[in-house]
Ligand binder design. Structure first.
Ligand code: SF4
Length: 91
């Protein structure tokens, strides 16, 4: 089973009223490039104009972007509120 297949069975309880991660889309370009490569869920994406797009809805709560981007591109990082966020189904 591939990583993509495992991720596809996870369930996400999206908290529409609380963005648990907030980013600065005009932040350090090198850090943005790093986050595009590092986020295992592929949530940091450069669009056709090279602008950062980010959606916390599919976050795996791994903390990688907290370590790699806090204080630069990542403005705030929290776990989702209770009962919200990812529900892993295959470990
Ligand atoms: S915590 Fe992990 S999965 Fe969530 S946005 Fe950051 S790097 Fe991606």
């Amino acid at each position: 089973m591939t990583v993509e297949e495992k991720l596809a069975v996870d369930k996400f309880h999206v908290d529409e009223e609380f963005a648990h991660i907030e980013v600065d889309k005009d932040g350090d370009a090198k850090v943005i490039d790093r986050l595009v490569k590092l986020c295992p869920a592929g949530l940091y994406v450069r669009d056709e104009n090279g602008e950062l797009t980010f959606d916390y809805a599919g976050c795996l709560e791994c903390g990688t972007c907290l370590v790699a981007g806090k204080g630069t591109v990542v403005k705030s990082w929290n776990y989702p509120r209770g009962g919200m966020g990812v529900e892993f189904r295959l470990g």
